[in-house]
Design a protein around this ligand. Structure first.
Ligand SMILES: [Cu+2]
Length: 114
């Protein structure tokens, strides 16, 4: 009886802790400029982001090398972005969108639209 109660209490505590972690995580994400992706050192940053449907995401290439922004499902494909060039796309529909650089396909990111 006592053991059962203890188990239940610890389960509730665990659930509370994970809810707190999720809340803390989302407030960190909210502190960033929404919909802004920087391309630097051959990486998309952040590599994963979540935006609301209807949001416009802006990519900016900070590298001296050209990069492109390509959706693997063919929804969008930028021209080669030179240093400090930007590209924008408006995400109207919720979903998970995989993005890569057409010149360096190992550069990847995931944009979740909710
Ligand atoms: Cu690239």
């Amino acid at each position: 009886m006592q053991i059962l109660t203890l188990r239940r209490v610890s389960r509730v505590l665990l659930l509370g802790a994970s809810l707190f972690a999720v809340a803390a995580g989302s407030s960190v994400a909210r502190a960033q400029t929404p919909g802004a992706v920087v391309i630097k050192n051959f990486m998309f940053s952040p590599m994963a982001m979540t935006v609301k449907a209807g949001s416009t995401v802006t990519w900016k290439n900070l590298d001296g090398e050209p990069h492109t922004v390509v959706n693997d499902a063919g929804l969008f494909r930028s021209a080669a972005l030179d240093q400090n060039d930007t590209y924008q796309f408006k995400f109207d529909k919720p979903g998970v969108y995989k993005v890569f650089c057409g010149i360096h396909p190992t550069m990847k990111e995931t944009i979740t639209v909710e």
